[in-house]
Design a binder for this molecule. Structure first.
Ligand code: BDR
Ligand code: CA
Length: 312
């Protein structure tokens, strides 16, 4: 299995990403770090731990990360994910505390100690990775690849042009885009193909265990938010789209392109600029950009992982 560090802000779709990584034989989740984003970092940490408790996997260390961005104002996504950041069904309380190390310390130590390079997955604002690669640029070559949910080749969600995660800390993303690490960007153009349709939710709720039923209930809350705010008929389950290609390389089609993030726009701060047609030939490609999703394969991966977790 691929060793994976997951930096996240759970969050309904982050929670499913955690479960997908835990329930799949192809990934070995060696640590979780948390960040502000969908909610305050304290809530994101509590939510991550409760998801681990639900999965019976509290052995995975959780380290607390950034409470706010490298620069600029704090943006939070409670308007999508609710007061707790993970509203909806009741969850078990965690029985273990987060580790004493900070997120940056846990990331740095795990990268140093791992016998093989580690895949880093980021499903929230890029802040912790921005700090890590600023303080320890030498660790860049310990990262096998960095897969992140954020940005878009098209429009945004938090603002008309900016996706939430890239809006929440553009300076941190800028550090990462310039780091030389092998980057895979999974933006809204891809994740809007990962819809939890009624048929998908039905497959979750039909599972004879708490893991499946809890995910179905999360999709209910998340779906109501997406219908209210963005008029979606079914919620896009963004974050597990970063884990799925680690399990099945054919689930996503990629295209190499130059990607930059707007730091100063009057209306466009946090917007990703994805040069699909080589309009900036002086800027070589720096990112593998996710373009197409095989949604059937995606949901088969997610549902199989949930079922494995629920029945073991
Ligand atoms: C991203 O923002 C959050 O709402 C989700 O967890 C996802 O990471 C989508 O824009
Ligand atoms: Ca997220």
């Amino acid at each position: 299995p691929v060793p994976v560090l997951l930096d996240c802000d759970p969050g309904h779709d982050d929670a499913v990403a955690i479960l997908l990584a835990l329930g799949s034989p192809g990934t070995d989740l060696i640590g979780i770090t948390t960040c502000f984003g969908n909610c305050a970092v304290e809530d994101a940490t509590r939510n991550a731990q409760r998801v681990l408790a639900l999965a019976g996997r509290e052995d995975v260390p959780v380290a607390v990360g950034a409470a706010g961005p490298m620069r600029g104002e704090l943006a939070l996504g409670n308007y999508v994910h609710g007061v707790s950041g993970l509203d909806g069904p009741d969850l078990p309380e965690a029985t273990v505390a987060p580790v004493e190390e900070s997120a940056v310390q846990l990331l740095a130590r795990s990268l140093e100690e791992s016998p093989e390079p580690v895949t880093v997955v980021v499903t929230g604002p890029m802040t912790n990775l921005g700090h890590l690669l600023t303080e320890r640029p030498d660790l860049a070559d310990r990262i096998r690849e960095l897969v992140f949910m954020g940005g878009s080749t098209e429009r945004g969600n938090h603002t008309p042009t900016a996706e939430f995660n890239t809006y929440a800390d553009p300076e941190a993303l800028d550090v990462v885009l310039r780091s030389g690490v092998l980057l895979r960007m999974v933006g809204l153009n891809l994740t809007h193909q990962a819809l939890a349709t009624p048929a998908v939710v039905e497959r979750m709720s039909a599972m004879p265990h708490e893991v499946g039923r809890t995910c179905a209930a999360w999709m209910g809350f998340f779906g109501d938010s997406y219908e209210r705010i963005w008029e979606f008929a079914a919620p896009p389950v963004h974050d597990p789209c970063t884990i799925a290609p680690l399990l099945d390389p054919d689930v996503i089609e990629w295209r190499e392109a130059f990607v930059a993030v707007e730091l100063d726009g009057t209306w466009t701060r946090g917007t990703t600029v994805v040069d699909l047609y080589d309009r900036y030939p002086e800027h070589p490609a720096n990112v593998h950009v996710a373009m197409g999703l095989d949604a059937e394969r995606y949901w088969d991966l997610v549902l199989a992982a949930l079922d494995r977790l629920g029945t073991t």
